[in-house]
Design a protein around this ligand. Structure first.
Ligand code: NAD
Ligand code: MG
Length: 337
C-alpha cells in the first residue's frame, strides 16, 4: 500500500523557517506562492524581467524579483516554469546560485527523470506535484481544503529532504488531502502514460472517432456532438463521485449492457499492446527523446497537429452549440493559441 502523509505528519516550522522562491506565476506558480504566503511562509516569486505576471503577483500581495535574484536569496527553490523551458532557465539563472545545502524542488519529474537538468550533489532535490490544475489548487485551499499531491526525493544531501518536502506540501495545503510517497521516475512515467493513453490522447481520439462514425453515417453533427462530447462530462462526473459502479448504477440497464457488450470490442488486445508500447517508449526514454528534439526544433510537428486539430468539424459544431449554453461557461480558443 502507498505511504500517504497528512497534516499530522508535517512539521510546518521546517518550511516557515525557510526562504522559499517560487519560480513562475502561471497555473501552479500563483497557487503555490499564494498558499505558502497565506500559511505564513516567507515567499518571493521569481519572474523574467518584463513578465506580464510581475504586476499581478505584486497586486496579489507577493514580493517579486528576477529568477536569478530569487534563486540567490532562497534556501528552497520551487521551479514552476514550463517543463520545456526549465533546462535553459536552470543553466542560466538557477544553477549559478545553487550553493551547498539549498533545496531544488519540482512539481513534475520530467527534467530530472530524463537528465535534462542535473543538479549538483550537495543540494537536496525533491518534488511536490499537485494532482490538479493550479487554479483548483488555489480555490480548494481558500475553501479550506487541499489538493492530493505526489512527493518524491531524488537527492537527499542534507538528511532531511523528505521532512522538508512534506513541510512544503503542508505549506500549499496538500497534506490536508493526502500526499503520496513516490519517486521522480514513477511520477513522470505514470503522468506521461496517463496523458497519452487515457486522459488526452485516448479520450480525444475516442470522442473524435465516435463523432466521425456517426456523421459519416449521415447523422446530424449537432446530435453527434451532444452524444459523443457533451455527455462525456456527465458520465465522468458520475465516475468521479462513485467510480464505474456508480456510473453504471445511474445509467439505464441498456446503457450498462452496452458498456459490457462493446467495451472489450473497442479496447482490444491490439489497443492494450499499443498501450504497453507507449509505456515502454516512456520507460526507455524513446518518447522523451522525441519530445526534447521537437522542442529544440521549435515545434514543427506539434504546431502542425495543433493547427489541424483546431479546425476539426467537431470543434466548429461544438463552439456553436456551446455559445447557446452560457451555463457551461463556454470558452473559445483562437487559432494558434
Ligand atoms: P504555466 O505555463 O501555467 O506557467 C509557467 C510560468 O512560467 C508563467 O508564469 C510564465 O510566465 C513563466 N515563465 C515562462 N518562461 C519563463 C522563463 N524563461 N523564465 C521565467 N519564467 C518563465 O506552467 P504550469 O502549468 O504552472 O507548470 C509549471 C510546472 O508545474 C511544470 O513542471 C508542470 O509540469 C507542473 N504541473 C502542472 C500542473 C498543471 O495542471 N498545470 C499540474 C501538476 C504539475
Ligand atoms: Mg498530469
Amino acid at each position: 500500500m502507498a505511504t500517504i502523509y497528512y497534516d499530522k505528519d508535517a512539521n510546518p516550522d521546517l518550511i516557515k523557517n525557510k526562504k522559499v522562491a517560487v519560480l513562475g506565476y502561471g497555473s501552479q506558480g500563483h497557487a503555490h506562492s499564494l498558499n505558502l504566503h497565506d500559511n505564513g511562509v516567507d515567499v518571493r516569486v521569481g519572474l523574467r524581467e518584463g513578465s506580464k505576471s510581475w504586476k499581478k503577483a505584486e497586486t496579489e500581495g507577493l514580493e517579486v524579483c528576477t529568477v536569478a535574484e530569487a534563486s540567490a536569496w532562497a534556501d528552497t527553490i520551487m521551479v514552476l516554469i514550463p517543463d520545456t523551458r526549465q533546462p535553459q532557465v536552470y543553466t542560466e539563472h538557477i544553477a549559478p546560485h545553487l550553493s551547498a545545502g539549498k533545496t531544488l524542488m519540482f512539481a513534475h519529474g520530467f527534467n530530472i527523470r530524463y537528465g535534462t537538468i542535473t543538479p549538483p550533489e550537495n543540494v537536496d532535490v525533491s518534488m511536490v506535484a499537485p494532482k490538479a490544475p493550479g487554479h483548483r489548487v488555489r480555490e480548494i485551499f481558500t475553501e479550506g481544503g487541499g489538493t492530493p499531491s505526489l512527493l518524491g526525493v531524488h537527492q537527499d544531501a542534507n538528511g532531511s529532504a523528505k521532512e522538508n518536502a512534506i513541510a512544503y506540501a503542508w505549506g500549499i495545503g496538500a497534506t490536508r488531502a493526502g500526499v503520496v510517497q513516490t519517486t521522480f521516475a514513477e511520477e513522470t512515467e505514470t503522468d506521461l502514460f496517463g496523458e497519452q493513453a487515457v486522459l488526452c490522447g485516448g479520450v480525444s481520439s475516442l470522442v473524435k472517432a465516435g463523432f466521425e462514425t456517426l456523421t459519416e453515417a449521415g447523422y446530424q453533427p449537432e446530435l453527434a456532438y451532444f452524444e459523443c462530447m457533451h455527455e462525456l462530462k456527465l458520465i465522468v462526473d458520475l465516475m468521479y463521485r462513485g467510480g464505474l459502479n456508480y456510473m453504471r448504477y445511474s445509467v439505464s440497464d441498456t446503457a450498462e449492457h452496452g458498456d459490457y457488450y462493446a467495451g472489450s470490442k473497442i479496447i482490444t488486445d491490439e489497443t492494450r499492446a499499443t498501450m504497453r508500447q507507449l509505456l515502454s517508449d516512456i520507460q526507455d526514454g524513446t518518447y522523451a527523446e522525441i519530445w526534447i528534439e521537437e522542442n529544440q526544433q521549435g515545434h514543427p510537428w506539434f504546431n502542425e497537429q495543433r493547427a489541424k486539430e483546431q479546425k476539426e468539424t467537431i470543434e466548429k459544431v461544438g463552439a456553436e452549440l456551446r455559445s447557446m449554453m452560457p451555463f457551461v461557461e463556454p470558452v473559445t480558443i483562437k487559432p494558434g493559441e
